[in-house]
Design a protein around this ligand. Sequence first.
Ligand SMILES: [Zn+2]
Length: 672
Amino acid sequence: MIKNADRIYYGGDYNPDQWDEATIDEDMRLFRKAGINLVTLPVFSWAKLEPSEGVYDFEWLDRLMDKFLENDIKVCLATPTTAQPAWLSKKYPQVLPVDKQGRKRTHGMRVFFCVNSPKYRERAAAIAEQMAKRYQNYPNLVLWHVANEYGTYCYCPTCQEKFRQWLKARYGTVENLNRQWHTCFWGRTVYDFDEIMLPTELNDDYRFNPTVNLDYMRFMTDSTIECFENEARVLRKYTPNVTIQTNISGHIEKLDQFKMTRHMDIAAWDNYPAPGADPSFVAFKHDLMRGLKNGESFMMQEQSPNQQNWQPFSKLKRPGEVRMLSYQAMAHGSDTCLFFQLRQSIAGQEMYHGAVISHAGHENTRTFRECAQLGMELQKIGDAFLGGRTPADTAILFDWDSWWALEYASKRCLPNDDFNYLKKVSRFYKAHYDRNLPVDLLSVEGDFTRYKVIYAPYLYIMKPGLPEKLKDFVEAGGTLVTTTLSGLADENSKAVFGEYPGALREISGIWVEESDPLTKEERNRMVMEGGFLKGAEYSCMYQCDIIHPRGAKVLANYGDDFYKGTPCFTVNDYGAGKVYYLGTEPDSAFLDDLAAALAADAGVRPPYRADAHVELARRINDRNDILFVLNHNKQEASLDLETDRFTDLITGKQVTGVTTISPNDVMVLKKL
Ligand SMILES: [Zn+2]
C-alpha cells in the first residue's frame, strides 16, 4: 500500500504548463470544491523544466508546489521522462527508437525513446535527481510516479547489441543457445552471438521463430525494468520513505507486469474500459492488478471522468458511470481514485478527452458535479478500507510467457492462430464474477497452498518447478482445472517430447493424440456423460483435443465430427485432489455451471445472496470488514445481508437483512 496514506487519494493528472497564474488560482478553488486531495504532476514537463541540456528551471514548479501546500493538496510527483525535449532528440538522435519495420522514428511522440539508450538514461536520471534533491523535504510529497506508461519496443543498434548480451547471460554459450532455440531447424545455426538479429520485419526467420520472439519480449521487460530502476534508485536515495511506482498502460501485454511490479512499491494502472464494456472484464483487469503484488492494494492512477479521446466514437460516460467505475476499482483493491485529467487541454491529441474541469472552465457542468459528489463521499469514507485485502479461495493462473507464446510468439505455429489470451482467460473469471465468487489472479510463482480451486487455462509454458507445484497442490487435496493448449511447451517454447499435455499428463490421467482447430463459425457439442452435470449438452468452439483417458473418468464426449463419442472433458483423482481437463473451449453456460459446481464441491460461497448484476466485493484490513455493493442494473435490486449488521459509509444508515439498492447505485458497508 501507499506508505503513510491516511485517506483515499482523489484527484489526478494536472498539466499546469498550459495555464496562467489566474487559471491556476481558480483551479485551486475548484479542486477544493470537488474534494480533490492529490495532484499528479509534472508528467509531460521535461521541456519546460530543462529547456537546454543541464539548464533547469524549477521556479514555476516551486510556486505551484507552494499553492498545493497552502490548499492542503498532496502531490504525486512525476519524473517527466516520458516525453523527452526536442533538443535532446536532436542533439542525441540515438535516444529515438527504431520500430519493428526497421524505421528510425523521429521526435514528437510521448513514450518514444529507446529504453536501452545510455544517453536517455543519463539525462533521465539527471532530471530525476534534480527533482528528488529539490523536493525531498516537501511536506506534501506522498508518491513518486516514474515516467509514464512504459511499453515501447525498440529495435535499434543499441537494443540489438544489448539483446545479444542478454542472450549470452541467459544461455552462456552459442552451443547452448543453438540447442535451446533449436536452430538446426531450417539451418539457422549461429556460430557467434554477434550473428543474432532482432525479430524485426527485416528478418522474417527471427520474427516468426517463437523462441526468439519470446526471448525478445522477456528482454524488453528486463530492459524496461532497468530503465525504471535507473530513476527509481535516485529517488530512493533522497526519499526512502516515499512510495515509488509507474503507471501500467492499458496495453498490459507488452511487459511482464509480475516482473515489473516487483520493482515498484505498489502496482498502479490506467483504467480505460471501452464504452459499454462488460463490468466483469473491468473487474478482471483490476483483480489482475491486485494479483501483481500478491493481493496487496493497488492504485488506479488514471481514468477519464468522462469520454475517452481515442475511440472511433468517444461516448460520454452516462450519469453515474464514473462513480460506478470508481467504486468498482476501489472494491477490487484500489486505494486511489485518480483521473486523467483535472483540467481539459485546449489543444493537442487529447483536447477532447474528458476532464474534471472542462473547456467551459467552471463548476456548472454535469462532470464536475458528479466528480464533486464522489469527492464528498470519499471524504466521508476516509481511510476505512485502505490497505484492505480480498479473501478468495479460488485462483486463476495468469502467465505472461504463456500469453506471449500463444498470442504473439507462436502465432504462426499453432493449429489455430485466432487466439486472444486475455479474453479467453477472462471467460473463466466472468463465470465466478457473475456469482460473486471472489477470485485471485495468480502468478505461476505465487503461493498455491492458499487456494481450494485453481484454474490453469491455456497454461502453455511449463517453467521449471511448475509441474511439481501443481502436482503438490493436487496431492494435498486441491482442485485443478486445466485446458487445451496447456503443458505443451518448455520455458523456451519448445514442444515437450512425448505425449501431450506433457508435464500435466500424469496428474490429468489422459493423453492427447492431436488437436482439431475450428473456424470462427464452427462449433462442436459437449454431451455430458458421467455424473457431473449429467444429461446436459453444451456448445464448444476454437479447438478440439482428441483425448485418450488413462485413468481419468470421462465427464463429456464430443457430439459431432469424426471424433464424435470421444472424450472432451475428464476428471482424474490424484492424491487427495482432482484434476479436470477441458479439451476444448466451452460456451459460457458450461463455464457458469462448472464454476458453480466446483465452488459448491469445495465449500466456496459468495459473501451474500444478491440479484443478478449486483456486484459484491469485500476488502478487509486490520480495522474494518467492508462490503462494496454495486448495482449494475437499471432498476432497483436487492440482496440479503442475513443477520449481519452494517453501516453504509456513504449515507450513514444502518443496514441489515433483505436490503434494496437503487438503480446504478453503490453502497460501501462497514460490518458492525
Ligand atoms: Zn533501442
